[in-house]
Design a protein around this ligand. Structure first.
Ligand code: URA
Length: 415
């Protein structure tokens, strides 16, 4: 077996064998196969696809490239969730304490933001003192004692994905359904949960631009999860508009707490609905479809138990629960409507770019975040506006240029 014949097979529309897939993953991680050959193979996969059997074998080979987290010392059904990423997506901050408050253990590894999509770890780090780098012993002890830990990955999980993803990013091969499915599912399976709820986003602020593409990806991931004996549930959600009213790290923490405290008037229906749906899916999975699942989810929002769980997690991870309110920022600029009509949509991609320009997101891994920076969407899609109405506020600790304000205004499609 050699890498050139593997590339030839995929170029000629042949299915790769399990052995061929293991060979190229092991060879690439070991440094025996160079980037240019894996680039050619990735492009052949991008153009010619993979069968479900090949996608499973790829996921398996990627999992075997590193460590697998052992959560067996935690009692109960461990449930995980993953979002394919979006603008204003603070769902993890809301659903993990809900599940913990309902007695379901949540051991969640999250990531940082890159580009226009935010990351849960950055949002948590906007709380003074909060640590997201936990040793595995502490991570497991927190889940055993409080049912909840949300942290970055310390173990060497799926090193093959780190190398492959970096290469895909620069070779035009990110948008391949089998490659995305294997990338996400290898990390989820290696993270050790018994069940996984996936929130697959579609729209201009997401990887998948259409609902149909999202469904094809969701189905591929469901098949992989079930082949690994994981319970799977796929949730689809619209990312043509940003989720909720706030985009930015601290702003999103504050909004998540408003949802958890049942202060629904301070946030928006799209966010509440997505959080309640995803939490209900997770609770159903852990309880074999308890008939009262949805009511119980709503009850822990209304009685304050879910908010208290988040605060317990913040304290356990060294955070200051009094630092869960917005700080004063140096600059707050209103975005004012120059046209009357109804807001048809708010371009999530543009809003994501505005939030990065304000300092809430990263352009490179080295970018330093302004945790207070971000956007408040005063009006959402469906609202009627008159000329002179404030549609949004921009927050930052550096001066906000007129061009950024203009970009935010143009994100609003008013007709
Ligand atoms: N997220 C991942 O983890 N991998 C992909 O390939 C795409 C999105």
């Amino acid at each position: 077996m050699n890498i050139v014949s593997i590339i030839e097979h995929k170029k000629n529309h042949q299915s790769l064998t399990k052995e061929e897939i293991q060979f190229f993953i092991q060879g690439y991680v070991a440094g025996d196969i160079p980037d240019y050959q894996i680039s050619a193979l990735l492009m052949a996969i991008r153009l010619n696809g993979m069968t479900p059997e090949e996608t499973f074998a790829l996921t398996d080979a990627m999992i075997q490239s590193g460590d697998v987290v052992d959560l067996s010392s935690i009692e109960g059904f461990k449930v995980d969730k993953h979002s394919t990423g979006g603008v204003g997506d603070k769902v993890t901050l809301v659903v993990t304490p809900i599940l913990a408050a309902l007695g379901v253990p949540v051991a969640k590894f999250s990531g940082r933001g890159l580009g226009i999509t935010g990351g849960t770890l950055d949002k948590l780090e906007s709380i003074k003192g909060l640590r997201v780098e936990l040793e595995m012993d502490e991570f497991i002890a927190n889940v055993q004692n409080a049912n909840i830990a949300v942290a970055g990955q310390t173990a060497n999980i799926v090193p093959a994905d780190k190398k492959l993803y970096a290469l895909r990013d620069v070779t035009g091969t990110v948008d391949s359904i089998p490659l995305i499915a294997a990338s996400i599912m290898s990390k989820k399976i290696a993270s050790g949960a018994d069940g996984i709820v996936l929130d697959v986003k579609y729209g201009n602020g997401a990887f998948m631009k259409t609902e149909e593409e999202a469904q094809t990806l969701g189905q591929a991931m469901q098949e992989i999860g079930e082949a690994f004996n994981r319970k799977m549930k796929i949730h689809y959600s619209d990312m043509n508009n940003p989720l909720g009213r706030f985009i930015g790290n601290k702003l999103e923490v504050v909004e998540a707490i408003d949802v958890l405290a049942g202060n629904f008037e301070k946030t928006s229906k799209d966010l509440i609905d997505t959080c309640v749906d995803v939490a209900t899916d997770m609770y159903n999975m852990a309880t074999d479809n308890k008939p009262t699942a949805r009511e119980e989810v709503l009850a822990v929002l209304e009685n304050g138990q879910a908010k208290e769980k988040l605060f317990e997690m913040i304290r356990l991870q060294g955070g200051d629960v009094t630092d869960t309110v917005m700080n004063d920022v140096a600059y707050k600029v209103a975005v004012v409507a120059d046209k009357a009509g109804v807001v048809q949509s708010i371009d999530a991609q543009q809003i994501g770019e505005v939030s990065v320009s304000l300092g809430a997101g990263r352009l490179t891994k080295e970018s330093v975040l302004d945790f207070d920076a971000g956007i408040e969407l005063v009006v959402k899609d469906g609202a009627e506006v008159a000329v002179g109405d404030t549609v949004a506020y921009l927050y930052a600790n550096k001066e906000i240029s007129a061009a950024i304000v203009e970009q935010a205004l143009r994100a609003y499609n008013v007709q």
